[in-house]
Each structure stands twice: as structure tokens, then as C-alpha cells.
Design a protein around this ligand. Structure first.
Ligand SMILES: Nc1ncnc2c1ncn2[C@@H]1O[C@H](COP(=O)(O)OP(=O)(O)OP(=O)(O)O)[C@@H](O)[C@H]1O
Length: 218
């Protein structure tokens, strides 16, 4: 597919903690740019571990991870160009919603006018306009998850790793958010569930899923 998003490839990857039985055993996986992959499975089967290895937060015990076709072993998190939304949100407690979203853009030296425009659109699409000046401690779990999701959207990362990003969000809002998220990360900017690359059925998997990974269209 013509795209400048990043591919993710796992080759024969295994992972054990404390030299015990493998949590992940010889896993092979290829996610091409623009593809969306959802991990489904029982608690403890290794979904988060897989995402954490791709993000560089855990090292595989064996095997190789390639990001954009390059060995990820020596890559920093920034070089991997990954946005990861964690189960625990990982927001900065001393920053407001707006500042949390803006921080990533400041680090990447995005101009103020562009920041303002992009963040206004993200706040609107995530139903967060009324909360922009609140601190994380003043938000519900679902509102915090939306801020964490917004941060990945703001950065326009090449790869999104979302670990239970929607578990605290009610069903109606889930669908709206997934479509908003898709439109922000897609080249076409169409919040369409009829995209040739992602079928409606896959969207429902995504919406209901516990962990999901998506490459970015662009
Ligand atoms: N830091 C760690 N040290 C030791 N064992 C760990 C560590 N992190 C995870 N595990 C174990 O590895 C296995 C896989 O955990 P992981 O968090 O990847 O599962 P999961 O599929 O994401 O589960 P859930 O759906 O409950 O979040 C579990 O048995 C867990 O107890």
C-alpha cells in the first residue's frame, strides 16, 4: 500500500519474565502501514506484553522486532514514532487537559497557531471542550482515556498502540471516538466505516477490543 506510515513486524519473538515459561512463544506478525490489528484473548495471555515490546518498554527474550523495516532493538521510543495509550492513561497530573495535549506538540516544536488549530479540533471531536482547563484528578476515567487518546492524535504518530483505550467509555461514545480517531489518523480524513481497508466488522472489533494496534494512513 502506498503510505508513509510505519510497518511493524515481529519475527519469532518470545518473551518470558524472570526466566519462567514463555508468555509469548515464537510469535510472527506483520502489520503493514495503514492496517489495524486487534488482539483479543483472555486475561494474562500476553496482549499488553506484546504492545509493550513493540513500544520498547519491554525487551523480547528472543526474536526480532522491525519498525518501518528496521531492527528496533537500538531505537529510542521517539525513533519508533509510536503513540501508546496505556490502561492507566499516563497523563501529567500537574498539567490541565489542554496542557497535556499541547505538551507533545511543544516537544516536537509545532508552531503555536498550528497547535491551537489542531487541539481545538481534537477537543471537539473527543467531547472534551468543556474540560480543557481541568486537571486529570478532576476527570472521570473515561474523560482521562479520551485525553490520552487525544494526545496520540495530536502527535500524529506513525504507529498507535492502544491498550484498553476505551474500557471506561460508554458504548455510544466509543463508536464516535473510534471514527474520530480514524479520521484524524487517515489521509482521506473521512470518518467512514466503509473504508476499503477497514471493514465495518473490523471497526466493531476495534470498538469492542481490549488492546488494539493501528498503523497510520499517510
Ligand atoms: N513485569 C512482569 N513481571 C512478571 N510477570 C509479568 C509481568 N508483566 C506481565 N506478567 C505476566 O505475563 C502474563 C501476560 O501479561 P499481560 O499483561 O501481557 O497480559 P494481558 O493479555 O494484557 O492481560 P489483561 O487482559 O488481563 O490485561 C501474565 O501472566 C502476567 O502475570
Amino acid at each position: 500500500m502506498a503510505s508513509n506510515g510505519f510497518s511493524v513486524e515481529l519475527k519469532d519473538v518470545s518473551k518470558s519474565y524472570h526466566k519462567k515459561t514463555n508468555v509469548i512463544n515464537q510469535m510472527d506478525l506483520l502489520v503493514r502501514p495503514g492496517e489495524l490489528l486487534v488482539f483479543l484473548g483472555p486475561s494474562g495471555c500476553g496482549k499488553s506484553t506484546t504492545l509493550r515490546m513493540i513500544a520498547g518498554l519491554e525487551k523480547p527474550t528472543a526474536g526480532q522486532i522491525l519498525i518501518d523495516g528496521r531492527d528496533a532493538t537500538a531505537m529510542t521510543s521517539r525513533q519508533r514514532n509510536i503513540a501508546m495509550v496505556f490502561q492507566d492513561y499516563a497523563l501529567y497530573p500537574n498539567m490541565t487537559v489542554y496542557q497535556n495535549l499541547e505538551y507533545a506538540l511543544k516537544v516536537h516544536k509545532v508552531a503555536k497557531s498550528v497547535r491551537q488549530q489542531r487541539l481545538a479540533a481534537i477537543l471537539a471531536s473527543l467531547n472534551l471542550k468543556d474540560y480543557r482547563d481541568r486537571y486529570p484528578a478532576q476527570l472521570s476515567g473515561g474523560q482521562k482515556q479520551r485525553v490520552a487518546l487525544g494526545r496520540g492524535m495530536a502527535k500524529k504518530s506513525k504507529i498507535f498502540l492502544l491498550d484498553e483505550p476505551l474500557s471506561n467509555i460508554d458504548v455510544q461514545l466509543r463508536e464516535k471516538l473510534v471514527i474520530s480517531f480514524y479520521s484524524f489518523t487517515s489521509k482521506t480524513n473521512k470518518p467512514s466505516s466503509t473504508s476499503p481497508m477497514i471493514s465495518r466488522r473490523q471497526w466493531h472489533w476495534g470498538i469492542e477490543s481490549r488492546s488494539l494496534m493501528m498503523g497510520r494512513f499517510r
